[in-house]
Design a binder for this molecule. Structure first.
Ligand code: TXA
Ligand code: MG
Length: 320
């Protein structure tokens, strides 16, 4: 059975003990819920891949309570130090060369010589990281390819019975995953748009190039389906049918069977926080009302809108 733990000292201490014993515990962060395991324990990390059905070539992010502990496992360059000072704790993941002496299991980084590290801006997650005293490998706590969880109930819906516990800290504030920045090459590359807007990084780093896999809107055909609801998703809808659910942004189109409003005021931060819950609500309505699909209204690509468009494009990608 999967335990539900309160995000109080007793719950955090129980979660820490389970993790130190090699167990799997999902926990809230400011972005989405992560499925945590002791990153130094290869058996626990293998269990994360198994619980999610995640291919073993897809590396996990390591979470730390602060920058100095992260930089014991990876070698930061000057850019990494500046970014860490400005954005940690926060929704930014840095990919850096792994230090040869690191205790992090090779499987955590899928055998690569780089490692993704981040310090979450979330009180319960930080308390858990301090209680464990080891880095936590934590991918989003959903079955591989499906919609990421932003509440403890979402985690139970996808992984109940397959993990030891969920540390319930309520809904996630940001609602989309961290921005992933690859610092292993000659120039920083935006590998995944996320909770820290591209514009804020560019203030510090100058113009950033987008990794090919993150250039979603330009190459949807190359994308593997990800963040996928059960219903088909139609992007940039300017009309909606009576047998479709509507994911609205701003004044909603008329005529949908059911509407989920991301942000009535057209605010991309509010929309990001509501995005994954909205896909789930429409999916459930779809099953109940035998809907044909979801029509998503256009969202501008500035600020967190870039991450929203990335997730929606992947959710709409052809299923294999
Ligand atoms: O907000 C987040 O980042 C959440 C919370 C739980 O922290 N975690 C998360 O993990 O989104 P996950 O596993 O769903 O996404 C991690 C992404 C994947 O796209 C993975 O391929 C990439 O980071 N990644 C991890 N390590 C990498 C590495 N060494 N090189 C390149 N990409 C890497
Ligand atoms: Mg994920």
């Amino acid at each position: 059975m999967t335990e539900r733990l309160a995000a109080d000292p007793a719950g955090i201490s129980r979660a820490g003990a389970l993790l130190l014993g090699g167990g799997l515990v999902a926990f809230g962060t400011e972005t989405v819920y992560g499925l945590g395991a002791d990153a130094t324990n290869p058996g626990a990390v293998a269990a994360v891949f198994a619980a999610k059905g995640r291919p073993r070539f897809n590396p996990l992010i390591c979470h730390y309570p602060d920058a100095p502990s992260a930089f014991r496992d990876v070698a930061p360059n000057e850019t990494a130090r500046r970014l860490a000072r400005r954005f940690w704790p926060g929704p930014l993941t840095l990919i850096l060369p792994r230090r040869p002496g690191s205790a992090v299991a090779l499987l955590t980084g899928a055998g690569l010589d780089s490692l993704a590290v981040r310090v979450p801006a979330h009180a319960a997650a930080l308390a858990l990281l301090r209680a464990v005293g080891r880095p936590l490998a934590a991918p989003s706590a959903n079955p591989s390819g499906r919609v990421s969880p932003t509440t403890a109930d979402h985690v139970f819906a996808g992984l109940a019975g397959r993990i030891d516990a969920v540390l319930d800290s309520g809904p996630c504030e940001v609602g989309v995953e961290s921005t992933v920045l690859d610092l292993t090459g000659p120039r920083p590359v935006l590998a995944r748009p996320g909770g820290v807007p591209r514009e804020r990084l560019e203030e510090l780093l100058g113009p950033l190039s987008l990794a090919e896999t993150a250039a979603a809107p330009r190459s949807p055909g190359l994308l593997a389906s990800h963040y996928a609801p059960a219903l088909r998703l139609r992007l940039a809808a300017d009309s909606v049918a009576a047998d479709e659910g509507l994911l609205a942004f701003g004044p909603p189109l008329r005529g949908a069977a059911v509407t989920f409003q991301l942000s009535a005021a057209g605010d991309v931060m509010e929309a990001a926080a509501n995005l994954f819950a909205g896909l789930r609500v429409l999916d459930e309505a779809g099953a109940r009302l035998a809907l044909r699909g979801i029509a998503a209204m256009a969202v501008p690509a500035d600020g967190l809108g870039l991450a929203i468009n990335d997730r929606l494009t992947r959710a709409a990608a052809p299923r294999t």
